[in-house]
Structures are given as structure tokens and as C-alpha cells.
Design a binder for this molecule. Structure first.
Ligand code: C5P
Length: 478
């Protein structure tokens, strides 16, 4: 029996699809604003395929959530329909003021929390409106997919992209997927569009194993990542022929390799998130795709393209443009190198982290690019580099006046009442900045000279949540 919340979500998807269909049949020109991460790019790919199939002209912008002034500018553009993907819920006041009040049609396909108003020009699909949680039950790609499959059943072939978005937004938990994601995964497997197996969740499974290990940032393998010589010796010790790839290893040999990697990791291996990031379910698209069929690898490519300012390259792959593949793979390599620098910085500077009652926080060096900061924190937590007993906050200077803040919490903390999205929005507002996000992942921009006040306020805001007391001992630092 499908839970009532999911049934409500699908009912709302029907309504949103009907609103959208009216624009597919006429002469509408569509403006899409989507988020610049793996989920936002995957979601845009699904939407673009649908619009293309109906010959509807559209223009896509990849961006972090738009500021009110930018939404005001949109109001001066001559589009018939504005679609906000993976954003829009948090920007609803500006959307109301600058688009809806001008008579523009708006469709919001988002999974960020917010209360959305009733308006005859507005349609939306958002899991939070159905009693679901957008941080775990469905990603933006799943939201968009749920709409387009109701436009035309032939789009069912795109279902795998919903899983790409969900994995991109870290919605795969130790227990698997939940909510809408769980139903989509089951259907994708039943339809033969996705297959799964258990193994090392590393990307580059088609490379010689030493190279695959050496490029790993998720998880970061201390002593192996970016240490090709050490990786080669490990493979030699295990008597695996040097050119063998992970795809070619039999199950027992892959388990032996996993155990050997874990044995090398020392204390890190005790960290459950590290072990779960290293080993588990691998998802593979069975239909021909441009780029890697391994979903974790697709996510890495899209993330790399988004974070390095080339979202259009990742998007090109999602819509089947093979000519962009070399640039996408090159972007992935550059991204991994930058991320390795960021992770090594975290590993070498644990003493720079401060611990308060509710959180760990750090002001990072310029080695950690502001666009990579949030993902670098998430990878550091998954890789067992920084402890996960409380939320981890990173801050980096954007310029002389502004700081970018990223916050990450584990699903376990969220289950205990932590909501970094709410806390960061409140704290940022108090100091004249702005921010928001999900319970487990959020960001803000704040004035640099009010950082102390921000930290105090953030600590208080986190304490106001329902969280159980974190253990008193700080686990950061030597
Ligand atoms: O930049 P970072 O990766 O740390 O962002 C984390 C999350 O915070 C993203 O999902 C982003 O959409 C969300 N966010 C938001 N509102 C903001 C800033 C960030 O919802 N004002």
C-alpha cells in the first residue's frame, strides 16, 4: 500500500502536469531557472527532453537560488512561463511580487521547504506540501520526472535520472531510499532501466584498479587517494594483475580488496559513514547513456561541471550530446584535484576547527573554493576526516566584505531534530545576511565583520531545535 503522502504527491503531480501541458500545446516560450548542482542539472535534463519533444522553445539558466533583484529582472523578460527547478520555494515572496503580480505563469518544481500560496498563475510540485521531506523523500530530479511522466508515458525511459538527482543530493541512506525515491527506484528496476549490485562505490570502475583508487575523493582514502605508487603496491600485494578493472573483479576478490583498503585506513575505518561510502549498492543505467552508466559516476561528473562553472557541459550529457563527453571527463579530473586539495587541507588543519555546544566550525583557507566548500564538508564527513557528532559549518571569505557559509549535518542528526537550514536562515538574517536550505544541507552569505555574532546566533538557533544533547567531548583536534 502506497502511503497517503506519496499518493498526495502524485495527485499534485497530475495537477502540475495539467498546468504545464497547457504550455506545451500552444506557442509558449519557457524560461527555466535551475540549481547548479548534480540534482538541478539532472532535473533540467529531464525537463528539457520533454520540452524538446513538444518543440517548445526554452532558455535555461543554471544558478544558485536567485536573489530578489534577479527575479525582478526576470519579470522584464518576455517569457510565457517561468519554471523554477530545485529552487523557487524559498524565493516565493519575490516570485509573487515580480512575476505573479505581473500576470506571468510560474511553475515551481522544487523540494526545498516553504509554504506556497494559492494563485491562479502558479502551479507547483513540492514534497513538503504533501507531508514528505524534500531532504530525503525526493530530489528535484524526482519532482520533475514525476511531472513529465504524467505529461506522456514515453518519458518513463528517463526514470533513471530521478535516481541520479537523489544520489546527487545524498538521499540514499544506510537503509536505502525512502518515500517517492523508493517507489521510483523500484519501478526503474522493474522496468529494467536500472540494475544494481553490491561492491566498491568508487568511480572509475572501468580504469585499472590502482588508478581508480588513486582518484578517489568519495571517500577520500587516506594514504591511497592521489598516491598512485601506494595503490599499485596494494594491488600487487593482493596479486591482482595491474591492468584489471573493478568491473572485471569477481565478488570474492572485490571483497578482499575492500578489506585490504579498510585495513590501510586505521582509525578512519571505524567510522560507519566511511565504510558505507566505500561499499554498498552500485546503480547502473542499462539503456545507452552519454557518459558513465554508473550512477555515482554520473553524479560526480554533473557535480564537477556544476561546481566548476560548466553546468551546460553536464547538461549536454543528460540530453545526449556526445560531443561534450571529453570536456565533461576533463572537468571531472580537474574537480577531483581541487577537491583533493580541499580534503587534504581539512585533514591537515583539524586544529583549526572550533567546537561549540551545538556544532563544529572552521574558517577555511583560500584552498577551499567557495563553490566547493559545502561538498568538501560533506566529503570530509563521509570520509571520516571530520567528526559527525554535531553539524559541521565551514566559512570562507568571498571578498573583503562577505563570507560564504556552508553547513552539513548527517541524517542521524536530522532525525534527532537538527535543522541546519532553519538555523542558518535565522542566524544569517540576524546579522544582515541571507541563507537557507534543508535540514542536512544549507548555506548562507553573511557580512564578514559580523562573523562572531553569527556564530553565537547559529549555536543558539541550533540549540532551539529538538536535538538531543550532543556528547560533551570535542572529537576534533589532536
Ligand atoms: O552552497 P552549498 O552546497 O553549501 O548549499 C547547500 C544547500 O543550501 C543547497 O541545497 C542550496 O540550494 C541551499 N540554499 C538555500 N538557500 C540559500 C542558500 C543555499 O536553500 N539561500
Amino acid at each position: 500500500m502506497i502511503p497517503a503522502e506519496i499518493r498526495k504527491f502524485y495527485r499534485m503531480a497530475e495537477e502540475a502536469a495539467a498546468f504545464f501541458k497547457a504550455h506545451l500545446m500552444g506557442r509558449s516560450r519557457v524560461r527555466i531557472i535551475t540549481h547548479v548542482d548534480a540534482d538541478g542539472i539532472a532535473a533540467a535534463g529531464v525537463l528539457a527532453r520533454c520540452l524538446h519533444a513538444y518543440d517548445v522553445p526554452f532558455h535555461i539558466r543554471f544558478t544558485s537560488p536567485l536573489k530578489p533583484a534577479e527575479i525582478m529582472e526576470l519579470g522584464n523578460e518576455g517569457y510565457d512561463l517561468f519554471i523554477f527547478v530545485d529552487q523557487g520555494s524559498g524565493q516565493i515572496s519575490a516570485i509573487e511580487k515580480f512575476l505573479l503580480e505581473k500576470g506571468c505563469d510560474v511553475l515551481i518544481l522544487d523540494h526545498h521547504p516553504s509554504e506556497l500560496p494559492k494563485h491562479r498563475n502558479l502551479s507547483y510540485l513540492n514534497p513538503h506540501a504533501c507531508g514528505l521531506n524534500g531532504a530525503k523523500d525526493v530530489s528535484a530530479a524526482g519532482v520533475v520526472y514525476s511531472l513529465v511522466e504524467r505529461v506522456d508515458a514515453s518519458f518513463t525511459r528517463l526514470i533513471g535520472h530521478a535516481i541520479t538527482g537523489a544520489i546527487g543530493d545524498r538521499q540514499e541512506f544506510y537503509s536505502g531510499f525512502a518515500g517517492v525515491n523508493e517507489t521510483l527506484l523500484k519501478r526503474a528496476i522493474d522496468l529494467g532501466l536500472l540494475c544494481t549490485r553490491t561492491g566498491l562505490k568508487l568511480i572509475g570502475r572501468w580504469l585499472p584498479i590502482a588508478e581508480c583508487l588513486a582518484m578517489s575523493i568519495r571517500p577520500y582514502l587516506h594514504g591511497l587517494s592521489y598516491e598512485l605508487g601506494a595503490c599499485r603496491s596494494l594491488i600487487e600485494e593482493l596479486k591482482i594483475p595491474p591492468e584489471t578493472t573493478l568491473e572485471e573483479l569477481d565478488e570474492t576478490s572485490e571483497e578482499k580488496l575492500r578489506d585490504a583498503i579498510i585495513a590501510r585506513m586505521g582509525a578512519t575505518a571505524a567510522c560507519e559513514s566511511f565504510r558505507r561510502t566505500l561499499w554498498g549498492t552500485i546503480y547502473r543505467m542499462t539503456r545507452e547513456v552519454v557518459g558513465p552508466p554508473n550512477v555515482h559516476e554520473q553524479v560526480a561528473v554533473l557535480d564537477a561541471c556544476g561546481k566548476l562553472g560548466k553546468p551546460q557541459v553536464g547538461f549536454a550529457l543528460t540530453v545526449g550530446d556526445r560531443t561534450m563527453l571529453p570536456e565533461a571527463m576533463e572537468t571531472l579530473r580537474t574537480y577531483q584535484e581541487k577537491m583533493r586539495e580541499a580534503l587534504s587541507w581539512f585533514a591537515a588543519n583539524l586544529t583549526s576547527f572550533k567546537t561549540t555546544q551545538q556544532m563544529h566550525y572552521v574558517l577555511t583557507s583560500e584552498k577551499v573554493d567557495e563553490s566547493l566548500l559545502g561538498e568538501a564538508l560533506a566529503l570530509a564527513m563521509e570520509s571520516g576526516i571530520v567528526p559527525t557528532d554535531r553539524p559541521v559549518i565551514g566559512m570562507v571569505e568571498v571578498d573583503a566584505t562577505e563570507l560564504k557559509v556552508s553547513a552539513r549535518a548527517t541524517p542521524d542528526l536530522a532525525m534527532r531534530g537538527v535543522n541546519v537550514g532553519q538555523a542558518i536562515a535565522k542566524a544569517a538574517k540576524t546579522v544582515g545576511g541571507e541563507g537557507g536550505g534543508h535540514d542536512v544541507s544549507a548555506a548562507a552569505r553573511i557580512p564578514r565583520d559580523r562573523v562572531k555574532e553569527f556564530i553565537t546566533k547559529l549555536d543558539q538557533s541550533l540549540a532551539e531545535g529538538d536535538v538531543d544533547e550532543p556528547s560533551a567531548a570535542s572529537t576534533i583536534g589532536v
